[in-house]
Design a protein around this ligand. Structure first.
Ligand code: GDP
Length: 445
């Protein structure tokens, strides 16, 4: 699957770079790829449909039509729309309540509720300077209560004891009373996990909500949950007035499509992302970064920008004019082209910007070697006299030996470079006339 996606995205990039004009049909082509990428990232189908429709509307509107490089603009729209769907800006925990501000944690068993409760406690202590109390209402698993005790200690917060023979509502009421009397700013309430949606447990958490009147009701969801996330989110969202989402295990290898589905279904912001098993593995959710991941595009937009801005249009136009006027393409021009490749930021830095799967594949191409090759070619041309660069046909055996020695390479390498130059020169001759500018425009985006 990864390699199929890699191929698709490679094509997408090519299209983005090669497309001169945006039309209804090429937008449809590109959107088909985006749609596939979303489905492969486990975004639920209705969410994908809705998303594609919105992007299409924008793409066919003025935003893209009037733009200089429509392909690039389309990627921009997809990225922006994805970030927008997942929520813009930062939305921290709301604590605007009569203290203690109660935060109710909801979610399936194993989603990471207990761990996240402690992470959140640490965040509120360190970043918001709050006095935090935690309590577990999970009377079904004694280990869960102990686990909360352990992680609460690690977080530097206080833990309110509870035991399996108590009723969750009684525990909650006692904890709330304790928090009030001891001037806690925040009470974090961990709840019983459900393996699947369970009527009884749903009613229990609804009861807790009614009793505690939390300022935040956070739905904790595992980013690895994939397609199922949409159903879980819907069930919790129907039962409780959710105020936010915490997406856990974003350090896993899922493409994180769950974020889009969950956000779509609940309509509430994703506030934090769990990034490791450790107590400090919690980050404010970054929609933009996550968008790139969902699309599996890494930083494709940045890549496209770098590629297009790397081409020096002025130099390229000069070259085009020269070809048009019948002047021959010489080694100085060839050097110019090599240098433009370097200007693009170096091949390996371009690779850094690719999505992981694509980069992994490209990794087998040995970018270091490709870059070394460019530098060696440059070295060879620098060892030539200005006359030789202008009139490469002068370069015969003796000159070749001198040039090779000057560049510290074998004569064969000089030959190879001259061959390559010869091919390029032939191509330039063929392009003499109208073709050149068209090609350069394509290179430019
Ligand atoms: P609960 O049943 O919802 O309370 O889930 P737990 O808090 O017990 O977490 C279940 C498992 O997921 C534990 O092994 C946690 O260490 C792990 N976990 C929770 N959050 C994260 C996260 O953000 N990243 C990773 N890698 N593991 C996590």
């Amino acid at each position: 699957m990864a390699s199929a996606l890699t191929d698709k995205l490679s094509r997408l990039v090519k299209e983005i770079r090669g497309q001169a004009r945006i039309t209804e049909s090429n937008v449809a082509d590109m959107l088909r790829e985006v749609r596939m990428a979303l489905l492969e990232a486990d975004v639920a189908l209705p969410v994908v449909r809705d998303f594609i429709a919105r992007v299409k509307e924008k793409a066919l509107g003025q935003e893209v039509m009037g733009s200089l490089s429509p392909g690039q603009a389309l990627v921009g729209i997809v990225n922006r729309e994805l970030s927008r769907t997942m929520g813009e800006g930062v939305s921290d925990i709301n604590l605007a309540a009569q203290p203690p501000a109660v935060i109710l944690m909801a979610g399936l068993q194993g989603a990471g509720k207990t761990t996240t409760t402690a992470k959140l406690a640490k965040h509120l202590i360190e970043k918001r300077k709050k006095k935090v109390l935690t309590v577990s209402g999970d009377v079904y698993r004694p280990a869960a209560i102990e686990q909360l005790k352990t992680v609460t200690k690690q977080a530097g917060a206080e833990w309110f004891p509870s035991t399996p023979d108590q009723k969750p509502a009684d525990i909650a009421a006692a904890a709330l009373d304790y928090a009030r009397k001891h001037y806690f700013d925040v009470l974090l309430v961990d709840t019983a996990g459900r393996l699947a949606i369970d009527e009884v447990l749903m009613n229990e958490i609804k009861g807790l909500h009614a009793l505690l009147k939390p300022v935040e009701t956070l739905f904790v969801v595992d980013a690895m949950q994939g397609q199922d996330a949409i159903n879980t989110a819907k069930a919790f969202s129907d039962a409780l007035p959710l105020t936010g989402i915490i997406l856990t295990k974003t350090d896993g290898d899922s493409r994180g499509g769950a974020a889009l589905s969950v956000r779509h279904v609940t309509g509430v912001p994703i506030k934090f992302a769990g990034t490791s098993e450790k107590i400090d593995g919690l980050e404010v959710f970054d929609a933009e970064r996550h968008a790139g991941r969902v699309l599996g595009m890494g930083d494709i937009l940045a890549l496209v920008e770098q590629v297009t801005s790397g081409v020096d249009m002025a130099a390229a136009q000069k070259l085009a004019a020269k070809v048009k006027s019948g002047e021959s393409f010489d080694l100085n021009d060839f050097l110019g082209q090599i240098q433009q490749m370097k200007q693009m930021g170096g091949l390996s830095s371009l690779m850094d910007k690719l999505p992981a799967q694509m980069a992994a594949k490209a990794g087998t191409m040995d970018m270091d070697k490709a870059e070394r090759d460019i530098r060696r070619k440059e070295g060879i041309i620098y060892s030539m006299t200005p006359l030789e660069r202008r009139k490469p046909e002068l370069i015969k055996a003796t000159r070749k030996r001198r040039i090779a020695a000057g560049a510290g390479v074998q004569v064969q390498e000089v030959n190879r470079m001259l061959n390559e130059f010869g091919q390029m020169q032939d191509m330039m001759k063929k392009m003499k006339g109208g073709g050149m500018m068209k090609m350069l425009k394509r290179m430019g985006g």
